[in-house]
Design a protein around this ligand. Structure first.
Ligand code: NAD
Ligand code: MG
Length: 380
């Protein structure tokens, strides 16, 4: 029996994780959690009967407790609730499907408690990779990537020595604005940016895909997950999202992982690793596909990606600034308070004005996050 808990069960990755769970009888969900969507959380509680459900919002927690009092499930709230969920005794794998830096503390707590991590929450590794990777090694827990690109690399590494990597080719769809120039991006709207060509995802990551900041976060994440210098990670546009990433080995041989753009595949792979299970979804059809195309990323127009390389190369607390500035800027863009290109300007301004802390602790990371938000808010 596989025993899991999900941080962020009501979102895109969370609901797809539950769709994978539905296909198998040997996986049990012990903990579910959400930020505020108690309607869906209640449905999930009734279906999966976890022993613990956490809703971050305290008032919503009270409402939910009342609604499910017939079931005997424990309802908790806030960070204390998330930390409890992350360390539940019955659980062997925590799925981190929560969005944003709020995932850092529960993920660290889970590793400390010896849980394997099926990691979707990329913000955690971007800000705290220097803490998480050594801790996971020390505790002997697996960090199993859920993000499609990192799952592809993880799969392409099997049977090979990591040390022989020459380059990681991280593929990117290019998002809804691929091929556009700065002048075309001046007046794009929230709904233009939410219109991703290949993937249906949460709002934050969909905007990150449109700015290509998502790819920047993934470059930094790849550096930590696969222990390679950041300049050995190269981004290549693959607009069909069929090649999910590739490894070029030192002898020039390239291993790629291909598949339909469906997150259930990497989720299932992470949950059952190292086993492969049957998945009944649509398969790639090479006869109708005919060609797979590539393009270079335009890092001058989509310069959030360039800024990610700068932050990732410098390291310390700078990736936290990059990530926090982006989180708030995306929120402001989604609220229609700033324009699309202002997202880049805000990130760049915050990076420029930060004094880097080397090897920041969790407390320092969270303080830098708050300072970054304060800077952005004070300048508006
Ligand atoms: P989403 O917005 O659809 O879902 C986020 C989930 O987190 C929801 O369940 C929400 O309730 C929960 N949440 C938010 N704030 C919370 C809080 N304070 N306390 C508890 N729960 C909280 O996001 P998503 O698209 O599923 O993405 C989740 C993470 O996975 C992100 O880090 C994203 O970058 C990463 N990721 C997503 C995809 C994808 O296809 N969606 C692919 C790769 C990586
Ligand atoms: Mg991805």
């Amino acid at each position: 029996m596989k025993n899991i808990a999900i941080l962020g069960s009501t979102g895109s990755i969370g609901t797809q994780t539950l769709a994978v769970v539905d296909e198998f009888s040997d996986i049990k969900v012990w903990g579910l959690s959400a930020g505020s969507n108690i309607t869906l959380l209640e449905e999930q509680i009734r279906k999966y009967r976890p022993t613990l459900a956490v809703v971050y919002d305290e008032d919503k927690g009270k409402v939910l407790s009342e609604k499910v009092k017939d079931l005997g499930v424990k309802i908790e709230t806030g960070m204390a609730g998330l930390l409890h969920l992350a360390t539940m005794i019955e659980v062997d794998t925590l799925v981190t499907a929560i969005v944003g830096m709020i995932g850092i503390r529960p993920t660290i707590a889970a590793i400390e408690a010896g849980k394997d991590i099926a990691l979707a929450n990329k913000e955690t590794l971007v800000c705290a990779g220097h803490l998480i990777m050594p801790l996971a090694k020390e505790k002997g827990v697996k960090i199993l990537p859920v993000d499609s690109e990192h799952s592809a690399i993880f799969q392409a590494l099997r049977g090979n020595e990591e040390k022989a990597i020459d380059k990681i080719w991280l593929t990117a769809s290019g998002g809804p604005f691929r091929g556009k120039k700065e002048e075309d991006l001046l007046a794009v709207t929230v709904s233009d940016a939410l219109n991703h060509p290949n993937w249906s995802m949460g709002h934050k990551i969909t905007i990150d895909s449109a700015t290509m900041v998502n790819k920047g976060l993934e470059v930094i994440e790849a550096k930590w997950l696969f222990n390679v210098p950041i300049d050995q990670v190269e981004v290549i546009i693959q607009p069909q999202s069929i090649i999910h990433s590739m490894i070029e080995y030192q002898d020039g041989s390239v291993m790629a992982q291909l598949g339909m753009p469906d997150m259930k595949l990497p989720i299932q792979y992470a949950l059952f690793y190292p086993e492969r299970r049957r998945m009944k979804e649509e398969r790639l059809d090479f006869r109708s596909l005919k060609s797979i195309v590539f393009d270079n990323p335009d890092m001058d127009t989509f310069y959030g990606l360039k800024l990610a390389y700068i932050a990732g190369r410098r390291g310390g607390s700078l990736p936290t600034v990059f990530n926090a500035a982006n989180e708030l800027a995306v929120k402001l863009f989604l609220n229609q308070e700033i324009t699309f290109l202002e997202i880049y300007q805000i990130i760049e301004d915050c990076l420029r004005h930060h004094t880097v802390i080397e090897n920041p602790t969790v407390e320092e990371i969270l303080r830098v996050e708050q300072e970054t938000y304060q800077r952005i808010n004070s300048r508006r």
